[in-house]
Design a protein. Structure first.
Lengths: 352, 356
């Protein structure tokens, strides 16, 4: 091959690379604009978190975020003191009711007025001020840390989550971490992405499509995993000893209830979990699950109590939970009772 | 245009194949043709060695060791004996019973089988790194009808070095979930992938484990440890009772520092900080006595239920040289410790009709 031919060949390759790159940039940019237009400028992912100095995260105080969640726009408002807003909560009231938990209490995927604390506030009226202490990613030991900082005479309701609170009781530090205003898995792909990519509508859409068409199996809740019977029992005992043990020593009334695993209400969701189970039968149970489960099951034929393809409560589910709690709690508003009410005993195995 | 695209795709594929092959060849050369790890995969929730294979593993700078498995993935004798005889001695547990870094003939399973049935080929070991008693019960249940039908002596091992730790921490994320098929194939066939797994596992352990210290002593409370021990004992009991062997024995293998607290010094090289090492070293006597209490509790719970229990900690001379009985780089037992165990097992079987 002559020098001229070689030169021509390299020129051709260079031109091809240039056009390939330019086409790629134009296509990506166009798709980004298109997805933004379709999303009407609303964020693709929930970016309402702020980092703490110790590496953990909190809600970004004083923010209002609108984002797309499973095909609908959700509004999340965070108050200046860093709690999710409870619409209708009075500035001050004779009783302040603190509601503590993880994403279920926070109201993941729900609008401000649809969360469990918001619905409890609506049912209780203005005599009570409800505070939403829910933060996605927290676990029972972190709930204890929150309760310990509250006035001892104030009533509290702690919601455990059957789906992941066993796993989340391994450590007081959340299993998630902060990145660019979002919460991500510490070693997941999101942690390595630059912020502009995490905020990209195109990337958000690709991630949505991926989880829709190539869903990853979710680990079974520990209380149902036959390969993890022992650790479930130990963790259950840990929750009883620490969280419930502490609540028992408070002056104000403390209620513990557990949001049941979605597959108990909708067995079709079992297919999303691994290892696979033939029968949905718990071997270890967190306290206060049975009553709520009964309520959720009773309306499950008429209403979708959990979000689609998600273990979080739907607006209807949050309403059922709030109604159940208020119906069982209303009689004790005088704060005269010094006890922890779980509405039913746990199935942790005691040390003999 | 179509031809151009096809040609480009072919060239790209070829390039990927060439690079992957070069990486694989380089990994094999670096590992001198041996495997860097025991290539187990998770099948039906159970860590399992590949079936019907023979491979050589070299741990650290030790001599390479051959592992041969049967159709069930049990480790068996590497010696060809002509006619195939069914195993009479069945041992189940983790890497401690598998023989970590030494020949099958040096395992207590082989020694006992040889003494009782005239050949190491009469022993089979269901063992894999990553196994613990809670998972083991599923492995036993899967094999007891066929593979264990002819077993005379069954030994189930509890490794206090890390079984309780693995049972507890295993629940924190995935447990009982099979590996994706591609991953399973790579772990069985690619030395480059094995090296990657070995490195990333070591890195993960570096972040979460204190070398030489049993994790249950810094992630659980004393009451949680007792509950963990009790539940584990009960799982072992039900697994032992499910085996229809003439004799079932539970073997409790201690952690190295439980018997020889001074052996903690061998882990000094894994600590970057001298003060951190000194801090943990000061806690070793307490940890050692904590492990002894747990062992006594587990053993008495099983003995009360009528099981025959061998406590390896009682076989090891307290003033002995730990280097004789435990590996210099981990809590694994040496062939000398296996010989002691075999001697004890044989003395327990003395006078009993081994049966054929």
């Amino acid at each position: 091959m002559s020098q001229t031919q070689k030169k021509k060949r390299w020129l051709r390759i260079g031109r091809a690379v240039f056009w390939l790159f330019t086409t790629f940039v134009v296509v990506v940019f166009s798709l980004e604009l298109l997805t933004r237009a379709i999303a009407r400028g609303v964020d693709p992912l929930p970016g309402y978190f702020a980092p703490n100095s110790d590496g953990t995260y909190q809600l970004a105080a004083g923010t209002k975020t609108r984002y797309w969640h499973s095909g609908r726009i959700v509004t999340v408002t965070v108050t200046d003191d860093g709690h999710r807003i409870v619409p209708g909560a009075p500035e001050a009231a004779a009783i302040t009711l603190h509601i503590i938990g993880d994403s279920q209490v926070f109201g993941w995927g729900l609008n401000d007025e649809e969360t469990v604390p918001a619905r409890i506030q609506a049912f209780l009226g203005s005599n009570v001020r409800v505070v939403n202490h829910g933060l996605p990613g927290l676990g029972p030991l972190a709930y204890l840390k929150i309760v310990a900082q509250l006035p001892s005479e104030d009533p509290v309701i702690v919601f455990l989550t059957e789906m992941n609170d066993f796993q989340d009781a391994y450590d007081v530090i959340p299993s998630l971490t902060h990145h660019c205003g979002f919460i991500v898995l510490p070693e997941g792909p999101g942690k390595g992405l630059p912020c502009f990519l995490l905020r990209s509508h195109l990337v958000g859409s690709v991630m949505d499509l991926r989880s829709r068409f190539i869903p990853e199996k979710i680990p079974l809740p520990l209380g149902f995993n036959p390969y993890a019977r022992i650790s479930a029992r130990v963790i259950c005992r840990r929750i009883e000893n620490n969280l419930i043990g502490y609540l028992n020593r408070r002056i104000g009334e403390s209620v513990v209830s557990t949001i049941p695993w979605e597959a108990l209400v909708d067995p079709d969701r079992l297919a999303a979990y691994a290892p696979s189970l033939a029968v949905v039968e718990p071997h270890t149970r967190l306290p206060g699950t049975v009553g709520l489960l009964k309520q959720l099951k009773s309306v499950a034929t008429k209403k979708r109590t959990f979000l689609r393809n998600d273990h979080h409560l739907s607006a209807e589910g949050a309403d059922v939970v709030a109604r159940y709690i208020v119906d069982n709690w209303r009689g004790d508003l005088e704060l005269s009772q010094i006890k922890v009410r779980t509405y039913e005993a746990s199935n942790c195995v005691g040390v003999q | 245009m179509g031809r151009y695209v096809l040609r480009t795709a072919f060239r790209c594929t070829l390039l990927v194949v060439i690079i992957a092959s070069m990486v694989e060849i380089a990994a094999r050369m670096v590992n001198s043709g041996y495997l860097p790890i025991i290539p187990y995969t998770i099948e039906r929730g159970v860590p399992t060695l590949p079936a019907n294979v023979s491979f050589e593993v070299q741990f650290d700078d030790d001599n390479p060791v051959r592992y041969v498995t049967d159709g069930n993935g049990f480790r068996i004798s590497e010696q060809e004996t002509g006619a195939k005889r069914s195993p009479k001695v069945f041992v189940a547990g983790d890497s401690q019973v598998l023989g970590y870094g030494f020949a099958f003939s040096a395992t207590f399973a082989a020694i006992v089988a040889d003494a009782m049935y005239g050949g190491a080929d009469r022993a089979a070991i269901l063992g894999s790194p990553g196994m613990d008693p809670e998972i083991l019960q599923y492995a036993i249940a899967a094999h007891k009808q066929v593979a264990l039908a002819d077993t005379r002596l069954a030994i189930i091992a509890l490794n206090l070095g890390n079984d309780l730790d693995e049972i507890f921490t295993g629940g924190s994320w995935y447990r009982g979930i099979d590996q994706p098929q591609v991953q399973g194939w790579l772990i069985r066939n690619s030395v480059a992938y094995m090296t990657y797994v070995q490195r990333s596992y070591a890195k993960a352990l570096d972040r979460t484990l204190v070398p030489g210290v049993n994790r249950i002593f810094y992630v659980t409370s004393p009451e949680e440890r007792v509950l963990l021990a009790r539940e584990t004992a009960d799982v072992l009991l039900s697994a032992a009772k499910s085996i229809a062997a003439q004799r079932v024995i539970v073997l409790i293998v201690p952690q190295d520092v439980q018997v020889f607290p001074g052996d903690f010094g061998k882990y000094r090289k894994y600590f970057a900080n001298a003060d951190e090492f000194a801090g943990w070293e000061a806690r070793i006597p307490d940890i050692s006595s904590g492990l002894r209490v747990l062992e006594a509790y587990i053993a008495s719970r099983m003995e009360d239920a009528g099981l025959n229990v061998v406590r390896v900690s009682r076989l090891l001379p307290a003033n002995g040289n730990p280097a004789v009985y435990f590996s210099r780089t981990s809590h694994h037992l040496t062939p000398a410790a296996h010989r002691l165990i075999a001697k004890e097992l044989l003395s327990r079987m003395h006078g009993e009709d081994p049966g054929e």
